[in-house]
Design a protein around this ligand. Structure first.
Ligand code: CS2
Ligand code: MG
Length: 403
């Protein structure tokens, strides 16, 4: 079997996605996801202009060799754009391999270790009562784990809650980044109070998670993690930016709150110290930005060796193929922890269908060969790319902060 064509499809059914279709001379094809929020066209160009020509004529069965060739075959390797492009190719090749074998990808990865992947969903609100109501609604839908985020008094727009279109320092145009205003002090005062409210209102059984979204400095993150200990979080996510791996030691010295990190990693070497020094409890790489299933399963094995569990990134700005890859890997490894999920809107499912489904707190994938997802290319053509950016954040004094 030979690869005959690599098609890159940029479509915007609800939000922009970059999809990769690898076609073969025997009629089999595979779809991958190469979506990088806010820099979609950079990835599309990396694929169309640089990577696709290297794949034509190759045997699609040789996934590891293709991975090594694409990753190591460029002198300046890695980074989010190139690793997202590589992930798109990798997922498409695993999709083909499954179709060729007549097996779902989880079977190729060693078969089921569990029936489904315990899922968590996002609950956000303007105040504690609104968050509580969202958690109750999520529990009623069958979730047992929920991530909770709340607006911060005085801040404009807070990650995980209604976006704040600050007109103070940014544009309100839909095709330009809106600017949020954020200060750490009110955030650090508010979050422990939110968990106090939720534990009193909901009890101890519901598993609560929180995403700091990399906005704190090491001592602030250590203080927050310590103050949250009484509320027994399932995990506290992304307390620091990935550039500060050594500072996770400070957090560890101050708390037993479980720590999760990894969605911003674009290389397994970023994960190594946090795993081998057991500075984290959950590794949360984004399979669509770390280089695909071929790379993620190597990280899962390293994590297993150090008793670290997986919690792959599962946001709304990666396509259902990556969510499917998450679950195929989740249900074929021994050290699965939890799986972030989102419900895709109808308009997205019109274009990209066959993704994982939700069943009473767990995500499941079909037994269809490959990843199980497919794309309606005619429908995709109805939704052309629309430039959009992730938000930006500035402090009240106008200085840039991390979103
Ligand atoms: C978040 C993401 O889901 C999460 O854990 O960190 O929603 C993240 O903000 C986006 O994927 C950024 O593009
Ligand atoms: Mg996150």
């Amino acid at each position: 079997m030979k690869i005959t064509n690599v098609k890159v499809l940029v479509t915007c059914p609800g939000r922009n996605y970059v999809l990769v279709k690898i076609e073969t001379d025997e009629g089999l094809y595979g779809w991958g996801d190469a979506t990088l929020n806010g820099r979609e066209l950079a990835v599309a160009s990396a694929l169309e202009d640089h990577i696709a020509p290297l794949l034509i004529g190759r045997d699609p069965d040789r996934i590891e060799d293709a991975w090594q060739m694409i990753f190591r075959g460029t002198y300046w390797r890695g980074g989010p754009v190139l690793m997202t492009a590589l992930a798109g190719v990798d997922l498409a090749l695993w999709d083909i391999k499954g179709k060729r074998a007549g097996l779902p990808v989880y079977s190729l990865l060693g078969g089921k270790t569990r029936e489904g992947a315990l899922a968590y969903t996002h609950c956000g609100g303007e105040d504690f009562h609104e968050v509580e109501d969202e958690v109750r609604a999520a529990l009623a839908r069958g979730f047992k784990n929920v991530r909770v985020q709340v607006s911060i008094p005085g801040n404009v727009g807070t990650y995980g809650t209604a976006p704040g279109r600050s007109t103070v320092m940014g544009s309100t145009r839909p095709d330009m980044p809106y600017v949020e205003q954020w200060e750490p002090a009110p955030y650090l005062r508010t979050i422990p109070k939110m968990f106090e409210h939720l534990r009193v209102a909901l009890g101890d059984e519901v598993e609560l998670l929180h995403d700091v979204h990399e906005r704190l400095n090491p001592i602030q993150a250590s203080r927050l993690a310590q103050e949250l200990e009484p509320y027994h979080l399932f995990f506290l996510e992304d307390p620091l930016r990935p550039e500060h791996k050594e500072s996770f030691r400070l957090i560890r010295q101050h708390t037993t709150t479980p720590i999760a990190m990894g969605e911003l990693f674009h290389s397994r070497w970023e994960a190594v110290p946090l795993i081998t020094e057991q500075l984290i409890d959950f590794i949360r790489c984004d399979i669509g930005h770390i280089g695909g299933l071929t790379e993620a399963r190597k990280i899962a094995v390293l994590a297993e060796t150090y008793n670290v569990q997986t919690a792959w990134h599962g946001p709304g700005d990666i396509a259902p193929m990556t969510h499917a890859a998450n679950v195929h890997l989740d249900i074929s490894i021994p050290n699965f922890g939890v799986q972030e999920m989102v419900h895709f809107p109808e308009v997205t499912q019109e274009v990209i269908f066959g993704g994982p489904t939700f069943d009473n707190g767990y995500m499941v994938v079909s037994d269809r060969p490959g990843l199980g997802t497919d794309v309606n290319e005619a429908a995709a053509a109805k939704y052309p790319y629309e430039r959009s950016y992730l938000p930006m954040v500035r402090r009240f004094d106008g200085s840039v902060h991390d979103w």
